[in-house]
Design a protein. Structure first.
Length: 136
């Protein structure tokens, strides 16, 4: 792939360099605050605005659309994170209850096993005592 540059101009602002294979798509990156309001940017702060739409709307309207999409993406991200934390909380509660039931079953199994061990121990002691009496 050949990376050549060509000279073009937008909005009569004078010439600037672009790649020869440029598809006239402009990537707008918003940083920090805009005017009096603060805008928390999502994890992907790039919004692609096609050049034809940018020419038709103008810079101010394009920036407004970028702000609108960023705000909507932030709203959706917050909503998703809230739902995710609710689901995780429910899952944690369910796991806690399940683990408590498993712990209880293990404790009951250990108690049964201890009873059987003691029963066999007493029986063995009885057999040993009888054997000693028999062969004395």
């Amino acid at each position: 792939m050949r990376l050549g540059f060509c000279v073009s101009s937008d909005f009569g602002a004078g010439p600037h360099l672009t790649f020869a294979h440029d598809d006239e798509t402009v990537v707008v990156t918003r940083a920090g605050t805009h005017g009096a309001r603060s805008l928390h940017m999502p994890s992907n702060p790039h919004v692609v605005v096609p050049m034809s739409l940018r020419h038709r709307l103008g810079e101010t309207a394009t920036e407004g659309i970028v702000d609108m999409f960023a705000a909507h993406q932030q709203f959706q991200t917050d909503r998703f994170e809230r739902r995710l934390s609710e689901e995780i909380g429910g899952l944690r509660l369910e796991m806690h209850q399940g683990f408590a039931a498993i712990r209880q079953e293990i404790a009951q199994g250990e108690a049964r096993q201890l009873r059987w061990i003691l029963t066999f121990l007493v029986a063995q002691m009885g057999v040993l005592a009888a054997w000693m009496q028999l062969y004395r």
